[in-house]
Design a protein around this ligand. Structure first.
Ligand code: SF4
Ligand code: MG
Length: 320
């Protein structure tokens, strides 16, 4: 099958001013990220906040420019493309955000909000745009009579449906969803996740799904990449990641997912300590300050990503 997105050795460092004398500091937000998404599937990036997963999403949409690496979207390299050459990217990829309210202009009517991308990206007439908007509202489970309302008149879950309608209306092939259900009640979360799955089947959409919440990720993913301090430490099929996690960080994350019957999970490994400051990351394997298996080599040598089999790759010195 075809790949809709292929990211290779992606890197992003920021210069920030901080500390006592506002000294310029170098932060490696994304150190070395590689993964691929097959058409019509969902790939999730998981990890604690600050691990670089949102930055990775923003790099792929070129909201920010990468320091180095390759981003191939639907067959075209976009990492080095100039802003004026990003038309194809803007038509192929759309984003859904955590807080639909913040990303929806409160002064615009629903039909303007949802139709705005068509105004920007197509030459359709106003009447043609409105027709598509009304259809799209039904597709996401709202109704056409709501087109003249304003976003603030909707509940959180309905607003996320509006965000989805707006993202979907230009028929993108890939949607990057950054914590799209984190702000919603659990009961509403599953409605939105089910909608995203249903839309995937209907329109063959691919998702890059960004979340800190493994129970959400379990519901939606085909593949999962686990991120820690700017790198992917394990990548695999969802079933493999949940049933046979190999990296000590993945094992700790999986063990922390609340489940009804704890005997179903393997021996519990608890994460100790906080995430180190990304401005001053640990040497060698960046996970060594929290890893129960860490030894001397871990402090000195960065572990390379090793392919265990067709479905799983792991970056740890002690996983063979
Ligand atoms: Fe732990 Fe060492 Fe493996 Fe890193 S390389 S995860 S510190 S055992
Ligand atoms: Mg984030």
């Amino acid at each position: 099958s075809n790949s809709i997105l292929k990211v290779e050795n992606l890197k992003k460092s920021f210069q920030i001013a901080g500390g006592l004398f506002q000294k310029r500091q170098h932060v490696n937000a994304v150190i070395d990220v590689s993964f691929e998404i097959e058409e019509g599937t969902t790939f999730s990036l998981v990890g604690e906040s600050g691990c670089g997963k949102s930055t990775t999403g923003r790099l792929i949409t070129r909201l920010i420019a990468p320091t180095s690496g390759s981003i191939v979207v639907d067959g075209k390299e976009v990492a080095t493309a100039k802003h004026s050459d990003l038309k194809h990217l803007r038509q192929t990829v759309q984003m859904i955000f955590q807080d639909p309210y913040a990303s929806l202009n409160p002064r615009m009517k629903v039909k303007e909000l949802v139709g705005e991308p068509l105004e920007i990206h197509t030459k359709l007439s106003k009447a043609e745009r409105e027709k598509l908007v009304l259809e799209m509202l039904e597709v996401v489970g709202l109704n056409a009579e709501q087109a003249d309302r304003y976003a603030h008149e909707f509940s959180g879950g309905q607003r996320q449906r509006l965000g989805i309608a707006r993202a979907l209306i230009t028929k993108p092939k890939l949607i990057i969803a950054d914590e799209p259900v984190s702000a919603l009640d659990v009961s509403i979360q599953s409605q939105i996740l089910n909608l995203l799955k249903q839309l995937q089947q209907e329109f063959k959409i691919s998702y890059l799904f960004i979340s800190h919440d493994l129970s959400v990720v379990e519901h939606i993913s085909h593949y999962i990449g686990v991120m820690y301090l700017g790198t992917i430490v394990e990548i695999g099929r969802k079933e493999t990641i949940f049933n046979d996690p190999k990296h000590p960080y993945t094992q700790a994350l999986i063990a922390s997912v609340p489940i009804a019957d704890p005997t179903l999970r393997k021996k519990k490994k608890v994460l100790i300590g906080d995430i180190p400051n990304p401005k001053n990351p640990p040497s060698g394997c960046t996970f060594h300050t929290r890893c129960p298996l860490a030894s001397d080599i871990c402090k000195q040598v960065i572990p390379e990503m090793k392919k265990m089999n067709e479905e799983q790759s792991v970056a740890c010195h002690f996983v063979n």
